[in-house]
Design a protein around this ligand. Sequence first.
Ligand SMILES: Cc1ncc(COP(=O)(O)O)c(C=O)c1O
Length: 447
Amino acid sequence: MNTVTASLRAIDKAHHIHPFTHNDAMHENGAYIIDHAEGSYVTDDHGVRLLDGLAGLWCVNMGYGRREIIDAISAQLEKLCYYPSFFNSTTEPTILLAEKLHSLGLPRLTHTLFSNSGSEANETALKVILSYWLLKGQPRRTKIISRTYSYHGVTLGATNLTGLVSCTKPFGLPTSGFVRVPGPYHYASGSALSPEDFGKKCLEETETIIKCEGPDSIAALFAEPIQGAGGVIIPPAGYLQGLRELARKYGILYVSDEVITGFGRTGSMYASEAWDLDPDIQCLAKGITSGYIPLGATRVSDDIATTLNSGGYYANGHTYSGHPVACAAALANIALMEKEATVPYVRDEVGPYFEQKLLALKAHPAVGEARCCKLMGALELLDHGQKVTDPTIGLGPKVAALVRKHGAIVRGLANLIAISPCLNITRAEVDELFASAQAGLDEFAAG
Ligand SMILES: Cc1ncc(COP(=O)(O)O)c(C=O)c1O
């Protein structure tokens, strides 16, 4: 290790607490420091080049180093580095992005509120929902439903929504009023039912919980189309439509958290549109700018927008809501997606190829289940051929470290690895990614 990077690690240890990290354990070897990146590859400070099978954190959809996005950011910085959207003001890229998001799908969602992250997009949705029901004269509707294994972020409201005990327990959350219903994680349940019947059982339990809580006390239901950080849980056929129907039946607002699935990852611009979910609210972040600049967006229906506006002064928003540089980055990112026909590429070409390669690993002795929807996949890991259910055993991080040794980054989560690369990954890179995954799995199985 050269002295510059050694001292960087020492400074990191002395002054930086990393998110979602065992900080003390990490500092025994020092943090991974990524120095530069191009396309689907990142290079660390030792010069080791790795194929990024997680697109940063499910976000660098158009790949690293894209000139068009960088130039749009620079041009916007030169022209107008910042101006708020508070107090009757805004900027051109902010307005144009709100229109663009509408034109990309889910036309019932006419208006957008901007923020800076996926957590804030959900946090904004929560406040909009509370305000909406007050303005509608239904102040009793305050409870919020979300599902076990869901991940909606880390701000206080978003943590309350998140159905992963590892995220809520350290903070003594959730607070009252946040209600959990079962997420359709068939593999983890160990249920003998078929996935479809298990999905129906989850829906029955959800309806029982709604009735028990009192339907007219429930304000909204939040759901990711595919539960990402909870384990890439792909819903069984019919389940999501059933969930949507339940919300409609009881007059509950349906919020689709598309922070990961938005912008092409599952082969459609918005998964909610492809799966006909017709949400009342959609939350976006990550792929909206391919991660080049932070940006969150909460899209709401015309009814919600009209109701909110009827309340007069809207006392919510961040200094950087609708930041012109972030919005310029998003516009350039979306223009690039359109120019390169990224969504059809994921849907018809690289997505099916990636699925085929990932699902083939089901036959590996260390794999208990393989799940995939276009460029979002997961492999459940076996311990010497045995299924493990305790998430703290942590086979995922162990295998992810082995895969990294063999040249690729995947995400270790509980007892699985998640793989979700840049959307413009080539077939040859997909081959390379799965060669690294296979080598990591082989080493794990041999251990
Ligand atoms: C579905 C979903 N919602 C919300 C979030 C939170 O986004 P952020 O980390 O940008 O706050 C994430 C992050 O992974 C996510 O996957």
